[in-house]
Design a protein around this ligand. Structure first.
Ligand code: SF4
Ligand code: SF4
Length: 221
């Protein structure tokens, strides 16, 4: 499927770019390190959502069912916290319409103990690691101790931006170069509306649905 091929190519290029930007930098992040897997809603682009669904469908059925029920619980929790913060975004929404302050209220006051539905809490690792979205790939720390403190105190992380210059620097550099990569991909995939795919964000638990008959995840875009 072209969209899946696009999603795979997109991640390959994003990884190459992140490697290039961080090659001289000290990075403490690694598989199994997961302070950053708590409290932040999974906002993703449609191709990322598709690739995550594809990865989930390769897991054993027992794990798929467990993730399906965690996604439902996450969806309920997020809706409840959003409502109490007075924040109910339409979904999908344009990226620039994301209200970071309200999102901060949801993360900081209600969700900070809530793990991402894809986190395997026994092993502490991400069950969609190869398909994890850019928001996870671009959260990079130099020091795990500082990271742990920040994620236990997300209000300072989101609002005061005490730790952000390092991450923000990487993100800014990434996004400057990323638009050129997207243009190249438009040439390779002329049949896809890449502007649409990249222009919208989805709250993944809202769009990823488990089909109990086929026992597989499908995207409702
Ligand atoms: S951002 Fe923090 S928790 Fe996440 S991988 Fe990096 S050091 Fe570990
Ligand atoms: S997708 Fe994986 S890396 Fe990203 S927050 Fe969830 S468990 Fe963590």
């Amino acid at each position: 499927m072209d969209l899946l091929r696009y999603a795979q190519e997109r991640l390959r290029r994003a990884d190459a770019l992140i490697d290039e930007i961080t090659k001289e930098k000290e990075i403490a992040c690694g598989k199994g390190c997961n302070f950053c897997c708590f409290g932040v809603p999974l906002w993703v682009k449609p191709p990322e959502a598709l690739q995550i669904a594809h990865t989930l469908n390769k897991l054993p059925i027992r794990e798929r069912k467990e993730i399906a029920s965690r996604l439902s619980a996450y969806r309920r929790e997020y809706r409840e916290q959003s409502r109490s913060a007075g924040y109910e975004p339409a979904s999908p929404i344009r990226e620039e319409e994301l209200n970071v302050e309200k999102l901060g209220i949801v993360c900081g006051l209600g969700m900070n103990d809530v793990p991402c539905p894809f986190l395997d809490q026994e092993s502490g690792s991400c069950r969609v690691y190869e398909a994890r979205p850019l928001m996870c790939r671009l959260t990079l720390y130099r020091d795990r101790g500082i990271c742990e403190e920040d994620w236990k105190n997300p209000i300072s992380f989101l609002w005061k931006k005490e730790i952000s210059p390092f991450i923000e620097g990487i993100k800014t550099e990434f996004h400057k170069k990323w638009s050129a990569e997207l243009r190249k991909m438009e040439e390779n995939f002329p049949q896809l509306d890449i502007a649409y795919l990249e222009g919208y964000v989805l709250l993944l638990p809202e769009h990823l649905r488990f089909d109990p008959i086929r026992k597989s995840f499908r995207l409702k875009l």
